[in-house]
Design a protein around this ligand. Structure first.
Ligand code: IPM
Ligand code: MG
Length: 371
């Protein structure tokens, strides 16, 4: 039995609904496996701007630093779209990533048998896909200075900067190799080395790191080609490692291999201190507050938390298997439903996953699969 303190940052839009669902699932795990999870709540994003005048209040950051792990929903919405850059909800997300040194964002993309019809791609392309995108999260185009607009020679100009320190590239690539070692032992380093100097340095460092991992294969791929290959033949990939913005784009694309953006969890690992877990999707303002959102990405993120932050492997498997079982029984939120299928609400989906975790018979089954 363990006691863990989890900071929950619901954020905006559907972030509130999906984190509520994941907390209920974690509570079911606590009951089932006799752990104690203490949940503390903080503001981030638009909500924090409205109530505290800043997208990441100091008290939120302090609370996260004093927790064992952080669970985050999503930030953003049309209400704040016209705000100046420092008062945008997304700024809170970028700030927490930077402040907590969450440099490695792990985005696993796994095929679900029961969702085969939900993907726009053909069965033989997506069947058995199992890849991991390792996205650099605290550098690159998202954080480079200078950034902004100014007048030059009577003309308005704008600049964003792609900046990395050698060590920052080295540590994310090393992380990717370490993860690949525990998987299918292949790293695809994605860059734009035919154009960008930052990518040429990235490639050079990847070669250096690879020398320490003779058992892991390294290949380089240009990002435009990688975007195409993800759709053409995703099964060729094991671990992809890439710059912050490339990773953002490729992971949304890769979510379509599973059928929906609402399925993809992520873990953001820190150099030191607690890690953060969040779905890869956004706040979906168009369906916010309507009990329609798919909670699975956040629920699977909480499973990643149990495994990676707390070392609770069996508990993580229990969540993952419960999700699989519920999908296999035909439960579908709107994003993954096909024509004619009954659509369930966020709450119904959460309740069903919860019931599966708490069900004696089901859990025995899960353990058998695990054993
Ligand atoms: C993500 C999101 C964020 C990002 C946005 C909301 C700032 O798209 O986590 O992928 O671009 O990193
Ligand atoms: Mg994104």
């Amino acid at each position: 039995m363990g006691t863990y303190r989890i900071a929950v940052l619901p954020g905006d839009g559907i972030g509130k609904e999906v984190t509520k669902g994941a907390v209920e699932i974690l509570q079911a795990v606590a009951t089932r496996f006799e752990h104690e999870f203490e949940f503390v709540y903080g503001l981030i994003g638009g909500d924090a701007i409205d109530r505290k005048g800043t997208p990441l209040p100091d008290e939120t950051l302090d609370m996260c630093r004093q927790s064992d792990a952080v669970l985050l929903g999503a930030v953003g919405g049309p209400k704040w779209d016209q705000n100046p850059p420092h008062l945008r909800p997304e700024k809170g997300l970028l700030a927490i990533r930077k402040e907590m040194n969450l440099f490695a964002n792990l985005r696993p993309v796994k095929f679900y048998d029961s969702l085969i019809d939900s993907s726009p791609l053909k069965e033989d392309v997506i069947k058995d896909v199992d890849l991991l995108i390792v996205r650099e999260l605290t550098g690159g185009l998202y954080f480079g200075k200078p950034s902004g607009r100014r007048m030059e020679d009577g003309e308005e100009i704008v600049v964003d900067t792609l900046l990395y320190k050698r060590e920052e590239i080295k540590r994310i690539i090393t992380t990717a190799f370490e993860l690949a070692r525990k998987r299918k032992k292949k790293v695809t380093s994605v860059d734009k080395a035919n154009v960008l100097e930052s990518s040429r340095m990235w490639r050079e460092i990847a070669e250096e790191v690879a020398r320490d991992f003779p058992d892991v294969e390294l290949e380089h791929m240009l990002v435009d080609n990688a975007a195409m290959q993800l759709i053409r033949n995703p099964k060729q990939f094991d671990v992809l490692v890439t710059e912050n913005m490339f990773g953002d784009i490729l992971s949304d694309e890769a979510s379509m291999l599973t059928g929906s953006l609402g399925m993809l969890p992520s873990a953001s690992l820190s150099t030191s201190g607690p890690s953060l877990y969040e779905p890869i999707h956004g706040s979906a303002p168009d369906i916010a507050g309507q009990n329609k959102a798919n909670p699975i990405a956040t629920i699977l993120s909480s499973a990643m938390m149990l495994r990676l932050s707390f070392g609770l492997h069996l508990e993580a498997v229990a969540i993952e298997k419960a999700v699989q079982q519920v999908l296999a029984s035909g439960y579908r939120t709107a994003d993954v439903a096909k024509k004619g299928q009954r659509i369930v609400s966020t709450k119904e989906m959460v309740d069903e996953i919860k019931a599966t975790i708490l069900d004696d018979g089901a859990i025995l089954n899960i353990m058998e699969v695990y054993a």
